[in-house]
Design a protein around this ligand. Sequence first.
Ligand code: TRP
Length: 333
Amino acid sequence: MKTILTGIRPTGNLHLGHLFGAGQNWVKLQDDYDFYLEIADVQALTDNFNDPQKVRDNVDNIVKDLLSVGIDPKKVHIFIQSRIPEIAELTVFYSNLVTVARLQRNPTVKTEISQKKELFGNEGESITYGFLGYPVSQAADITCFNGELVPVGEDQEPLLEQCREIVRKFNNIYGDTLKEPEGMFTETKRVKGLDGNEKMGKSLGNAIFLVDNEETISKKIMNAVTDSNKIRKDDPADPDKCMVYYYHRLVNSDDNLKTICSECKKGARGCVQCKKELIAKMNEFLDPIREKRKYYDEHPDEVKKILDEGTEAAREVAKEQMKKIKKAMMIDY
Ligand code: TRP
């Protein structure tokens, strides 16, 4: 059985973008692989070192969300990054194998730095050593467990390439020890935001979260962007310009979709009615997730046990791997 490893930063609750993207993909993969799923709290701190409470709270939030959407802890080792000291150790060893210039050229890091500059002004000085180095730490995340396949979004490819470079350099200098990981870019849906933005995101303020209650869902959908040419209830409109129709497509049946589409085009469907139907369908869709989530909210000991066991299993693998690595580096005293 091949090993797959992936990670997620605990910085917020999961939303529909996560669910239809990574989430459903991971649930499918869990049957066929030896699956390690890292809650990347140390990586989250590179960005959020001044807000430890946020990271701490979201470790629990993310884990409960993941369990609620069907990640099965009997199949997946869910573990917490900071509880595997070997990852931190390995990050230090790898830091010699990568130049500062190479990190600055990493396209993902570059994009993130320019986004930060947009948000906080031209404060290049505020980029920390830890943030610039997070790809090195991510290479440690993967290779600590001999991760062969890494199911991630396309935006993570530069981080995998950086990891492979580190692995090659390591193997060249210290002898063949590590595996080069491959990305697993299975087709995943990208979910647009309520405002029609290509991406749904917490920071974009356009997300539907799995933990949103009925009232919040109702407010959000009532404010979703519709075809701006439709002014009166019986104006015909283009469903492809409407976020309400877009979300109907995620949670409604094919038969209903056909009806909605043709009524909308004919001007035989008002937006308010259409939104109300979507609210009902969205709640129906979220109900089983909410139910599971409620169970885990009421059983924190069970969540703790899942994390303890997942982390313990991961730690065993990391310890073995570290023995090999230290031997190769001649620091196995
Ligand atoms: N950087 C990833 C993200 O932001 C999360 C992550 C942390 C990860 N460690 C990883 C992904 C290891 C794959 C492998 O989505």
